[in-house]
Design a protein around this ligand. Structure first.
Ligand code: FBP
Length: 701
C-alpha cells in the first residue's frame, strides 16, 4: 500500500503540468527578471562625463582632512551624456577594467539591480570588462573569496530582492592587517575599482579603502544602501544631494502592507491592540513612512521624544526659583503615559482595539536608556581595547556581566564616584527587567553599534503601559464607553427604565452618545453600592442582570498581539522606485569609475521629483565625515540622518495624530497602501516622506 503510494507520488512530481505549477520560478519572478528599469536620459548616450559642481559646499572636519588627504578635496560631480567625445576620452572610458563589488551590512531591496547596472554599463563600455562579486560581504575581500559575475548570473537576479547572488556580511575592514589583505586581493584580481554597497559605516569604510588604495590606482566607489533611510545627504547649504538610501521605500511599503492589514483586522474583530515594532536602528524614518502609509492609531517617533519638555515640571521648579533639568527629554514612564492616554481615550468611544507603531530604536531617545547605552558602549569598548579576550567571551552570562558592573561601581565609589559606571547607575540598572538588562548588555556589531533589532523594545514599553493601565482601571479612568443604543436596548429587553438607572451608573448620562460608567464604580461591589445609594435596589436584592451586563461590557480587557517588522520587509522584492533607483545607481557607479573617480558615493539627485528630473551624481564621501563615539572612542564616520522634526513629513504626521488616533465616535482613518505592485498604474512612484519633504523644504535650485 505504502509502496504504491510512493510510486504515485513520484509519478505526480514528474507530471509536467504539476512540475510547472510548483516550480520555483513564479510568474512574478519571471516577469521581474525580464523587466527593464527606466534609465536616466544621460545613460542613453554612448559615453558619460563628469562635471564638477562647485556650488555644493561642505563643512570639512579637521580630522577627516588629516586622515583622508587623497580624497578630501573631492567635489560633487554631475554625470552628463556624451555622444562623440575625442579619441583619448573614448580610449580611457572603454579601457579594459576589472571591477569588484561587495554588499556590506543588512540586505536592502534593489542590491541586485546595482550589480546589474554596473555589469550592463561595464559590458557596454567594453565587453572584455569583468565584474567580480565578493562573497559574504567585506570578509570576501579580506579572504579573496569572489565569483566572476556573468550574464546568466545577473539575469537570474534582475529586479529581485535580497542580496542572495553574492550574500552579505557585517565584517569591517578596520585593522592594518585586514587593509593589507584587502589590498592584496584587489591586486591579485587586478581590480581597477572596488564598489562598496553599504550603509553609513560601510561607506565610511569605503572612504578609508579609497585612501589606502589611492596610490595603487584602485578606485573605490560607495553606494548608499540601507532600509533604515538614515543615509540622506545635504550640502552645508541644505541642498539635497541624496534624499534617501535605496531599499527604504520597499521595506517601508512592505511593513505598511502588513501594518495596514492589521488595521483592517483589528477594526474588524475589535479585540486586540497590535503592537508593531519596526526596524530602522536609531532613526525613525521607517516608522514615519509607515505612519504616513497606514495612519496607524499611535506612532512613536524617537526624534520627537528627544525634543520633549515636561512643562508642568519645569513650571513647578520655576516657582521655587529652581531649574529642573530632568524635565528635559522623555522618560520611559512618561512615554508609557502618552500611549496609555491614547488607549484610554479610544476606549471611551468603545474602541478597545488599535494599532501602535514603535520604531526599534525609540529607546535611544529616552533619557535614562540613552545614558545606559552610551555608558555601556564605552565600558565594553574600553574593555575590548585593553584585554586580550573580548567582553562577551569573558563574561558570557548575564550574572557575570552584572557582577563586572557591580565591581566597577564599587571601584568608582572608592575613587570618589567619578567613573563611567557609579553606584547610582548600578542601582538604576538593577531595577530594570532582566530581559532588558540582557538586551542592553548585548554584543555590539562590528562597527560598535548597539543592536536595536535584538532588543525587545516593544516589551519594555508595553510592560509599563500595561502596569499603568491597571492603575487607571483601579482609579476608574480606563473604561469602555457604552453606546446609548446598546444601553437602551439592553434595558428595554430587561424591562428596566434607562433614565432611572442611567443617572446612577453613568457620569455623562444622557448627554453623550457613548456613556461612561462613573469613576467610583470599579467592581460589582461598587456597582451595587451605587445602585443602593440611588435607591434603585435594596441590600438583599441582586443587581438586575441587564445592569450587570452593561457594567461588564464597560470593563476593558487589554489584549495585545506583538509583531516585529524587519527582516521580512528587508527581503521583499523591490518596488518599482527601488528597481529604477538601484539600476541607475549601478550605471552611475560605472560612470564614476570610467571617469577616474575615487572616494565618491554614487547618488541620484532629485529622487523626490518625477523620474524625468533624476540626475546621476557623484557625492564626495570624505567631506561627509565627522567624529563620533564608536566602541568607546571617537572615530570618523558619516553622520547618520535622523528624522527632522521640522520637516514637512514629520509635521504631516504630527498634525494628523489626533485624527489617526480616532478617539471619537467617528470611524477610524486607516489608509490601505496595499501590497507592492511591481507593474500597474496604481503603484506609487516614490516614498510619501520624499514627496512631502519636497513640497516645502527643498531649496530652490
Ligand atoms: P544596515 O544598516 O546594514 O543596512 O542594516 C539595517 C538593519 O536592517 C537595521 O534596520 C537593523 O537594526 C539591523 O539591520 C539588523 O541587523 P542584523 O541583520 O545584524 O540582525
Amino acid at each position: 500500500m505504502q509502496e504504491s503510494q510512493d510510486i504515485l507520488a513520484e509519478e505526480l512530481v514528474k507530471n509536467p503540468e504539476i512540475e510547472k505549477v510548483i516550480a520555483c520560478d513564479s510568474q512574478e519572478m519571471i516577469e521581474r527578471r525580464t523587466h527593464v528599469p527606466l534609465i536616466c536620459k544621460v545613460f542613453n548616450q554612448p559615453y558619460t562625463r563628469l562635471i564638477p559642481q562647485d556650488r555644493y559646499q561642505f563643512h570639512v572636519d579637521r580630522e577627516a582632512k588629516n586622515s583622508l588627504p587623497a580624497i578630501i578635496e573631492n567635489v560633487v560631480q554631475k554625470v552628463v551624456g556624451e555622444n562623440a567625445p575625442d579619441k583619448g576620452f573614448k580610449t580611457t572610458f572603454g579601457k579594459q577594467r576589472n571591477i569588484g563589488i561587495v554588499f556590506s551590512g543588512g540586505p536592502a531591496p534593489g542590491g541586485h539591480n546595482v550589480i546589474a547596472g554596473v555589469y550592463d554599463a561595464a559590458k557596454k563600455a567594453n565587453p572584455e570588462n569583468k565584474v567580480f562579486g565578493f562573497l559574504l560581504g567585506p570578509e570576501g575581500i579580506v579572504e579573496n573569496d569572489a565569483v566572476e559575475i556573468d550574464h546568466d548570473l545577473v539575469n537570474r537576479y534582475r529586479n529581485l530582492g535580497g542580496f542572495t547572488m553574492i550574500k552579505t556580511g557585517r565584517a569591517k575592514i578596520d585593522t592594518p592587517n585586514k587593509m593589507a589583505l584587502s589590498r592584496e586581493t584587489c591586486q591579485a584580481l587586478n581590480l581597477s575599482a572596488l564598489v562598496v554597497v553599504g550603509g553609513d559605516d560601510s561607506n565610511t569604510n569605503a572612504a578609508f579603502l579609497a585612501q589606502e588604495m589611492f596610490d595603487d590606482n584602485i578606485q573605490v566607489i560607495g553606494v548608499p544602501k540601507t532600509i533604515d533611510g538614515d543615509i540622506q545627504v545635504k550640502d552645508a547649504n541644505g541642498h539635497v544631494l541624496c534624499a534617501m538610501s535605496f531599499g527604504f521605500h520597499t521595506a517601508a511599503r512592505a511593513f505598511a502592507n502588513s501594518v495596514g492589514n492589521l488595521c483592517t483586522d483589528s477594526s474588524s474583530d475589535v479585540k486586540y491592540w497590535h503592537i508593531c515594532k519596526v526596524m530602522g536602528r536609531v532613526a525613525s524614518h521607517l516608522a514615519l513612512e509607515v505612519a504616513l502609509q497606514t495612519h496607524a492609531n499611535i506612532t512613536l517617533i524617537g526624534e520627537e521624544l528627544a525634543d520633549y519638555t515636561d512643562n508642568q515640571r519645569l513650571q513647578a521648579a520655576e516657582k521655587k526659583g529652581e531649574t529642573d533639568y530632568l524635565a528635559y527629554g522623555m522618560t520611559l514612564r512618561h512615554l508609557s503615559r502618552v500611549i496609555c492616554d491614547g488607549i484610554v481615550r479610544r476606549a471611551a468611544f468603545g474602541k478597545n482595539y488599535g494599532v501602535i507603531v514603535i520604531p526599534e530604536g525609540v529607546l535611544e531617545f529616552v533619557n535614562e536608556i540613552q545614558v545606559f547605552i552610551i555608558k555601556l558602549n564605552t565600558i565594553i569598548g574600553e574593555y575590548n581595547q585593553t584585554h586580550d579576550s573580548d567582553f562577551h567571551s569573558t563574561y558570557p552570562i548575564l550574572e557575570d556581566k552584572l557582577e563586572f558592573l557591580r565591581r566597577l561601581a564599587r571601584r568608582s565609589e572608592e575613587e570618589g564616584g567619578i567613573a563611567v559606571w557609579n553606584r547610582r547607575d548600578d542601582d538604576l540598572f538593577s531595577d530594570i527587567p532582566e530581559f532588558f538588562q540582557e538586551g542592553l548588555l548585548m554584543e555590539r556589531d562590528s562597527h560598535g553599534n548597539f543592536q536595536f533589532s535584538q532588543v525587545e523594545t516593544d516589551k519594555v514599553v508595553m510592560g509599563l503601559v500595561k502596569d499603568y493601565l491597571d492603575i487607571l482601571k483601579e482609579e476608574g479612568e480606563y473604561k469602555l464607553g457604552i453606546h446609548q443604543d446598546v444601553y437602551r436596548k439592553s434595558m428595554a429587553k430587561g424591562g428596566l427604565d434607562p433614565d432611572l438607572y442611567g443617572k446612577a451608573i453613568f457620569r455623562n448620562y444622557p448627554e453623550d452618545p457613548f456613556l461612561m460608567v462613573k469613576k467610583s464604580i470599579i467592581s460589582i461591589k461598587t456597582l451595587k453600592q451605587g445602585l443602593l445609594q440611588a435607591g434603585l435596589i435594596h441590600d438583599s436584592d441582586d443587581i438586575p442582570v441587564p445592569v450587570k451586563k452593561i457594567y461588564q461590557k464597560s470593563v476593558p480587557k487589554f489584549n495585545t498581539q506583538t509583531h516585529f517588522y524587519g527582516y521580512d520587509g528587508r527581503g521583499n522584492n523591490p518596488t518599482r522606485f527601488d528597481c529604477n533607483y538601484t539600476y541607475n545607481l549601478g550605471l552611475t557607479v560605472f560612470s564614476l569609475i570610467a571617469n577616474g573617480s575615487t572616494g565618491q558615493m554614487a547618488g541620484i539627485k532629485n529622487l523626490e521629483k518625477d523620474f524625468a528630473k533624476w540626475e546621476p551624481i557623484g557625492i564626495p564621501i570624505a567631506p561627509l565625515m565627522h567624529l563620533e563615539e564608536r566602541k568607546g572612542k571617537l572615530a570618523l564616520v558619516i553622520e547618520k540622518s535622523v528624522v527632522d522634526t521640522k520637516s514637512t513629513a514629520f509635521m504631516a504626521v504630527k498634525v494628523s495624530r489626533e485624527k489617526w488616533l480616532a478617539a471619537g465616535p467617528a470611524e477610524d482613518n486607516y489608509r490601505c497602501s496595499g501590497p507592492i505592485r511591481f507593474a500597474g498604474k496604481s503603484e506609487e512612484d516614490r516614498p510619501i516622506t520624499l514627496v512631502l519633504n519636497a513640497i516645502k523644504t527643498a531649496p530652490k535650485n
